[in-house]
Design a protein. Structure first.
Lengths: 481, 484
């Protein structure tokens, strides 16, 4: 039987506003527990929420970026449930009138095709605090620093048909929010979190199967694995004559399995109702227009431009535009170097490999875009060969110089293009290898091409790689006759 | 001691007849000597009061003037006071020392007022008799076997008994006006949004409003001048210009139209109250006002509508009292559910639990449309009734309560009868309008109140109308027995 997986994602994105969504407390990550929770965040009696204007603007920007309708009169509601890290006993969220209406996110697939994933809506809400169960024997600790951090929750339609599509969608959301600068999108710090609704059905079936919701998956890789393992669980269950029940499940990344958290019957009745402490948020068209004017170039537009302006392949352009900082880095390096294709190769090749090797994000790269551009310049003007350039790059990476020129200078890596110096080296090599010379002279043209490699290799070795390979070939040809 | 008004004390202080410290000590002594009879204070703050009074005297000596410089007042124990227990008359907050001041408290202090203490109330302001307080019932100074009304019963009794010249109150369904009526005081519920709710412990957020309780309309005008104003910490407070309320008191009644809603004089009204109200209205006619018969057709829906909306909001407002961060926590909880269940079961009183249950039910899946949504629709109809009426008239007048103060224990076991206490006051909260109650007679030795209702932000007109009446009557200066 041919099964099809149906996936919808709910993505929570923490906004990088300076203060919380309903209070003046700071949102910075990593402070001592409960030092960034004010009276409002602690839900002290008598405190009241005041909406953070920047959070509203950030949500509108996101809505505009996915071509969604912006709700001109959105309403905050209370979602009621008890949990120790939820100080008020309700989460202020949006239900009936979310700020961002239906929109679309386009994703690129491996075969080069694209798909449009519909976004049902996106709404503003406050984050809860954190419950810390380790370090306290028989007790739990509560850290309310995170309580009240602004979130947008982006709810997709069940439009994805594979774990790979889900990841592509998630990466695109990540691109959009980081391009907009409304979030750092760091999944490891919880700045972006994902719940996946997963169901399976036979290919060609119209009806959706019963779905399970997998909560709080915290990396792209785990999203892919959790969906795959959950879809397989459902398929196995049905093929064994069982039935999928609607429930909330948790993904255990150590065991690579999902397990039941609570069933639909146990689900809370959240008793949503409009929050009487907050007025409906009325948004003027002029504000929407004003924000639209500030929208940066978004990933899809930038990728197209890179293809056209720099003559890059779709693949290279997509890699370079996945994050705004990569695109910015590339463009700076390309303009410094004066060669976009070489810059693209270096950013996607050597730089990307070094970052991966040292587990760094581009923002932490020891080699700046200007430095890389300077290095590429020296390849272009034949000061160094591509091979030496890799040495120079490593040296820059290790902080052994401020610029490619400084490294080349201090390490004496400059390419030898002086024909006098090269001739002297060639003469030495010829004198030291009479047998090879004889062999070469006796060979026909076809064999000679192979044999000349030996001499080039010897000269490069003698010059520590600094001999200009083009000139060496030319001079050797002459000398060997 | 003499029964001073706020205006009297301001004059006395200005004239140098006494210092703030002297007058403050008089009130503190009176509280110590006589509050045992009324139980109107939960917490008395003599040290703070003396310090504030001395500071006011010093400021005065330096030639600095402020609106309430040195005038002692009491705060309903629903307003957060920095460093002082703020209990809301609940076991749940018996141990809660607020770490900040409510905006109202801050404004009063900034205007130089002296805080005598925190007054008793129904637990979380839920009640009309002040019998649901964790600290015991308050007794009505006019008749100590009777209730003072609620929920601001402690504030009303303290002022009526001469233990404070004025006090703050809050009004969600009548909690300023009804106790003012039952204790012979003038009490004003301002327009929703006129006074900041920041630091005022929420009962029903869309209905709660703080306001003054005093002997006279003039005192209410002085206090409102200080309390009113936009507060950026309260999103529902309104940025509307604040008139000079005291200057407006001289506006006379000639040519003003007073609407008399027939629904406010129906079968449930005690005839003695009806007589007192009619006599007062006749007086207004003599002052040149025109009385106009009107109808507020949705009046009878106000009580059921209120008892869906108010408990619904309360049920979630009170979720924060969970035993986790502050307030009452049960002994030795076995797990999280036990912590929640027992802390709330032991920390809240019966009336509070009843309203949490009603409100939770009204918001539940499957019942929301039938109750909460329907109640919101009715609320709009009630507001429309008033909007229509105010096309014709400037003020709407009627009784504040259907009967004078009733006996302690008389209605406490019958919530529905108790809820009908607020039959004339509740609709005004649903509509968000300003209204005040002023004393207009005595029925068998117990005060009767006239309620004046105004357009949005038309407090000045209501205060002036009450003041004009008080220039021609002496009900407001009558004293409860043994309280001279």
């Amino acid at each position: 039987m041919q099964w099809e997986t149906v996936i919808g994602l709910e993505v929570h994105v923490q906004l990088t506003t300076k203060s919380k969504i309903f209070s003046g407390a700071s949102t910075a990550f990593g402070a001592e527990p409960n030092t960034q929770a004010c009276a409002v965040d602690l839900a002290l009696p008598g405190t009241l929420p005041v909406l953070n204007e920047q959070a509203v603007k950030d949500a509108i920007l996101f809505g505009l970026a996915i071509d969604a309708d912006i709700c001109r009169d959105s309403v905050f509601e209370r979602k009621n449930y008890f949990y120790p890290d939820l100080p008020k006993g309700y989460q202020t969220s949006q239900m009936d009138k979310p700020i961002v209406g239906p929109g679309v996110v386009e994703i690129g697939l491996e075969d080069g095709s694209t798909r449009r994933i519909r976004v049902h809506h996106a709404h503003l809400e406050e984050d809860a605090g954190k419950s810390l169960h380790e370090d306290f024997s028989g007790m739990s600790g509560i850290d309310l620093n995170r309580a009240g951090t602004p979130l947008i929750e982006i709810v997709s339609e069940p439009d994805m048909r594979s774990a790979e599509e889900a990841v592509a969608y998630l990466r695109k959301i990540h691109s959009i929010i980081t391009y907009l600068g409304v979030s750092d999108g760091d999944m490891s710090q919880g700045s972006m979190r994902c719940d996946a609704n997963v169901s399976v059905r036979l290919k060609g079936e119209e009806e959706y199967g019963t779905r399970a919701e997998i909560k709080n998956i915290n990396s792209f890789r785990f999203v892919e694995r959790a969906i795959k393992v959950e879809a397989q669980r459902q398929i196995d269950l049905i093929e064994d004559g069982g039935r999928v029940v609607q429930e909330t499940r948790l993904y255990d990344s150590d065991k690579n399995e999902t397990r039941s958290m609570r069933s639909k019957e146990e689900a809370n009745d959240y008793r949503y109702f409009p929050c009487p402490d907050l007025l409906p948020v009325h948004i003027e068209q002029s504000l929407i227009d004003q924000l639209r004017d500030t929208l940066p170039e978004l990933p899809d537009a930038k990728r197209l431009r890179f293809e056209q302006q720099y003559g890059l392949s779709t693949y290279d352009a997509a890699l370079l535009t996945a994050e705004r900082c990569i695109a910015d880095y590339f463009e700076t390096a390309a303009s410094t170097a004066g060669d976009a294709k070489l810059a693209a190769n270096w950013v996607n090749g050597e730089l990307s490999a070094a970052l991966n090797r040292d587990n760094l994000h581009l923002s932490q790269s020891p080699v700046s875009a200007e430095q890389l551009g300077g290095l590429i310049q020296r390849i272009r003007d034949n000061t160094i060969s591509g091979k030496i350039a890799k040495q120079v790059f490593e040296a820059l990476w290790n902080g052994e110089g401020d610029s490619a020129d400084a490294v080349i200078e201090s390490k004496g890596l400059k390419q030898v293009s002086d024909s006098g110096a090269l001739e002297a080296m060639i003469d030495e090599v010829i004198a030291a290898n009479p047998a090879q010379v004889e062999q070469y002279r006796a060979a026909d043209d076809g064999k000679r091409k192979k044999l000349i490699g030996f001499f080039v290799g010897q000269i490069m070795k003698a010059s520590k790689g600094q001999a200009n390979p083009g000139m060496v070939n030319q001079l050797l040809g002459k000398k060997l006759g | 001691m003499p029964s001073y008004t706020v205006a009297d004390i301001i004059r006395g202080l200005d004239a140098g007849d006494y210092s703030s410290e002297e007058i403050t000590r008089q009130y503190l002594d009176a509280i110590a000597a006589r509050d045992g009879q009324y139980n109107s204070f939960i917490t008395v703050t003599p040290e703070l009061a003396i310090a504030q009074a001395q500071a006011a005297d010093n400021a005065r000596a330096r030639g600095e003037s402020s609106l309430l410089g040195g005038v002692p007042i009491a705060h309903k124990d629903i307003f957060c006071t920095d460093g002082i227990r703020t209990s809301c008359a609940s076991k749940m907050l018996d141990n809660f020392i607020a770490p900040y001041n409510a905006t109202v408290v801050e404004k009063m202090a900034a205007a130089g007022a002296v805080t005598l203490g925190k007054t008793n109330l129904d637990e979380f302001a839920m009640g009309s008799s002040n019998e649901t307080s964790f600290y015991g019932p308050v007794r009505n100074p006019w008749n100590r076997d009777c209730v003072p009304g609620g929920s601001s019963g402690g504030s009303a009794a303290a002022v009526a008994a001469g233990l404070a010249p004025a006090a703050t109150g809050t009004d969600t369904g009548g909690s300023i006006r009804q106790p003012a009526a039952l204790c012979g005081l003038t009490g004003l519920k301002p327009t929703y949004g006129r006074v900041s709710r920041y630091g005022m412990i929420a009962f029903a957020s869309s209905l709660d409003q703080g306001g003054p309780m005093a002997r006279t309309a003039e005192d209410c005008a002085i206090l409102l001048q200080t309390m009113a104003g936009f507060d950026e910490r309260d999103s529902t407070s309104m940025d509307v210009a604040i008139p000079d309320y005291r200057a407006a008191l001289d506006t006379d009644m000639r040519g003003q139209k007073i609407g008399i809603p027939k629904e406010y004089f129906s079968a449930g009204l005690d005839p003695a109250i009806g007589d007192a109200v009619h006599a007062a209205l006749a007086e207004y006619q003599k002052m040149g006002a025109e009385l106009v018969d009107i109808s507020l057709p949705h009046t009878e829906l106000a009580v059921p509508c209120y008892y869906v909306i108010a408990p619904a909001e309360a049920s979630t407002n009170l979720s924060r009292f969970d035993g986790v961060r502050y307030g009452y926590r049960c002994e030795n909880p076995s797990d999280l559910d036990d912590l929640y269940t027992r802390s709330r079961a032991e920390g809240f009183g019966d009336e509070v639990k009843r309203r949490i249950l009603v409100g939770t039910y009204a918001l539940s899946a499957g019942f929301y449309d039938a109750y909460y949504r329907k109640a919101q629709q009715i609320r709009r109809l009630i507001k429309q009734d008033f909007t229509d009426a105010f096309q014709q008239v400037d003020i709407i007048a009627g009784p504040t309560t259907p009967n004078p103060a009733f006996g302690l224990g008389e209605k406490v076991s019958d919530p529905v009868t108790m809820y009908l206490e607020d039959i004339y006051t509740i609709a005004i909260n649903l509509a968000g309008l300003p209204a005040l109650s002023l004393p207009v007679g005595l029925c068998d030795g117990k005060p009767a109140g006239l309620q004046l209702i105004g357009r949005d932000f038309d407090e000045a007109r209501l205060l002036a109308a009450a003041h004009q009446y008080q220039q021609r009557s002496d009900w407001h200066s009558r004293r409860a027995p043994d309280c001279d």
